[in-house]
Design a protein around this ligand. Structure first.
Ligand code: FE2
Ligand code: FE2
Length: 413
C-alpha cells in the first residue's frame, strides 16, 4: 500500500491516473496535509512506499521524511519527495536524511515512468509475509480509540478522580447514557434497576463502573462497523459472562478483565466481514472453538481474527493482559516466553477464555461446528485445564453451573 501526501489535487490526480492505468493492484491512502500524514503514521499506518510533496504551506515533506526515518518500524520504507524546490541545498538536505528519490515538479506520465515507476514496481510484488500481513491489517480499517475512553482513562489515573466530570462527560452522549443504564440494570451486575449514570457509579464502585463504561463504549464502536450479526453478539456477550463466572470460581482477581476479554476476543470478526465478502465461511470457525480456522484465515487473508482482535483491543488501550489472552484464544497454549511480563496472568486469562468458548459452544452460543465432548476438549486444551487445575469431571460440573448463570441472563440478549 502507498501513502500519497500532497496539497495539490493535480498531483494526486496524475498519480492516481497512472496507478489505475499501470498498477491497478496497488492500493493507496490520499492525504492532503502533513498534520494528517503525521497522525496516520503515528497511529501505526503501514506503507510500502511513501510519496510526499514538499511545499512551503501545507506539506513539509522533509519533516515527514525525518519522522519516517527516525521510527524503527518505518525507517526502511522507500520515501520519495516530489517538490518545486529545485535548489541544491534542498536536495542535499533530503539526501542527508536518506531520501529514496527526489523528483522535481511538474510531474507527468513521462516523469513518473523515469523517476517513480521503479518504486511502484517493487510494491506488492515481492512482498514478504510480514508486509502482506501489514497490508491486510491496514485494509481492515481498525476503528480508532473513541475519545471518551482517553478522557475516562486520564481521569482514572488521578489520585482523586473527578467523578462528576466523568458522569457529566458520559451524559453528553445520549446513546451511551442509555446503554450504561441498561447494562447496569441487567442481571450481569446484580444491582437491580438503575435509573441514572450517577446511581450506577455509586452502586457499582469506580472500577466496576469504569469497566462497564468501557464495555458500553467499545460495543458501540463495534456496532458502528455495521456488519454485526446476532450470532456474533450472543457469542460475545455469553463469552463475557462465562469468563467472569469462571474467573470468579478460579481466579477472582481476574473477574473484571475476564469479562472484557470475553466480550472482545472476537471483536475483529465484523471488520473481516466488512472487508472480505467471502469471510462468512471462516466466521463460523472463528466463532467456534476451532484450532484449525486460524491457519485457514492466515492462508486466505495473510492475517487472522485472533491477531487482529488483539490489535483492536490494543488500539483501544485495553490492558496488555487482555490483548495477549485474546491473541491466543484459538491456540493450545500461549506463545509468550516464560519470563515475559504478565506471563502468569495472561496464561490464566487465556485458560479462562478457552474454557468459556467450550461452554459457550455447548449451550449453542457459538458457531455451528460439532460440539466437542468434555474429554475431547480436555485433550486439546490440556495445558489450559492444568493451568486452571480442572479435570474432566470438574469441567462437567462447571458447565452445569454455568448453564444456570446463562439462564438468568437470557433476557439480556
Ligand atoms: Fe474466535
Ligand atoms: Fe469466540
Amino acid at each position: 500500500m502507498l501513502l500519497l501526501v500532497s496539497h495539490s489535487i493535480v498531483l494526486h490526480r496524475v498519480l492516481e491516473h497512472y496507478l489505475k492505468k499501470y498498477f491497478p493492484h496497488i492500493t493507496y491512502d490520499k492525504i492532503f496535509n502533513d498534520i494528517d500524514a503525521v497522525k496516520i503514521l503515528e497511529e501505526g499506518g503501514t506503507y510500502e512506499l511513501i510519496l510526499s510533496d514538499w511545499d512551503d504551506d501545507y506539506v513539509d515533506g522533509f519533516k515527514l521524511l525525518t519522522m519516517v526515518r527516525e521510527n524503527p518500524e518505518t525507517k526502511q520504507v522507500p520515501f520519495v519527495i516530489i517538490t518545486e524546490k529545485h535548489d541544491g541545498g534542498s536536495i542535499l538536505k533530503c539526501v542527508s536524511a536518506s531520501v529514496s528519490g527526489f523528483v522535481k515538479k511538474p510531474v507527468d506520465f513521462d516523469v513518473i515512468d523515469q523517476k517513480i515507476k521503479p518504486f511502484f514496481e517493487k510494491v506488492n510484488v515481492a512482498g514478504s509475509d510480514v508486509v502482506k500481513k501489514q497490508v491486510a491489517i491496514k485494509s481492515l480499517n481498525i476503528p480508532p480509540c473513541p475519545a471518551i475512553v482517553n478522557v475516562l482513562r486520564a481521569e482514572l489515573k488521578k489520585q482523586t478522580p473527578a467523578l462528576d466530570k466523568i458522569v457529566e462527560y458520559i451524559q453528553k452522549d445520549v446513546a451511551l447514557t442509555s446503554s450504561i443504564i441498561k447494562l447496569a440494570s441487567s442481571p450481569i451486575y446484580g444491582a437491580g434497576r438503575v435509573e441514572s449514570v450517577l446511581r450506577a457509579l455509586h452502586i457499582l464502585g469506580l472500577d466496576n463502573f469504569a469497566n462497564m463504561v468501557l464495555s458500553a463504549i467499545l460495543q458501540e464502536a463495534i456496532k458502528d462497523i455495521g456488519v454485526v450479526t446476532e450470532t456474533f453478539w450472543r457469542h460475545s456477550l455469553t463469552s463475557a459472562v462465562l469468563c467472569s463466572f469462571i474467573a470468579n470460581r478460579k481466579h477472582p482477581k481476574h473477574a473484571d478483565i475476564a469479562y472484557l476479554a470475553g466480550l472482545f476476543h472476537d471483536c475483529s470478526i465484523p471488520l473481516f466481514l466488512r472487508r472480505f465478502p467471502g469471510y462468512e465461511k471462516y466466521a463460523d470457525l472463528a466463532l467456534s472453538n476451532s484450532t484449525d480456522g486460524i491457519a485457514l484465515e492466515d492462508k486466505q487473508y495473510s492475517t487472522n481474527h485472533s491477531d487482529v482482535s488483539a490489535l483492536v483491543v490494543k488500539t483501544w488501550k485495553v490492558e496488555d493482559v487482555i490483548v495477549e489472552a485474546v491473541r491466543y484464544h484459538h491456540s493450545v497454549d500461549i506463545g509468550m516466553p516464560l519470563n515475559s511480563a504478565h506471563y502468569r496472568d495472561v496464561r490464566e486469562l487465556w485458560a479462562i477464555l478457552v474454557l468459556a468458548e467450550h461452554i459457550s459452544q455447548y449451550y449453542g452460543y457459538s458457531g455451528t461446528m460439532p460440539i466437542k465432548s468434555d474429554e475431547d476438549f480436555f485433550n486439546v486444551y490440556e495445558k489450559a485445564m492444568v493451568e486452571l487445575q480442572l479435570d474432566v469431571i470438574d469441567i462437567r460440573d462447571l458447565k452445569e453451573d454455568a448453564g444456570e448463570v446463562l439462564e438468568n441472563i437470557a433476557d439480556t440478549f
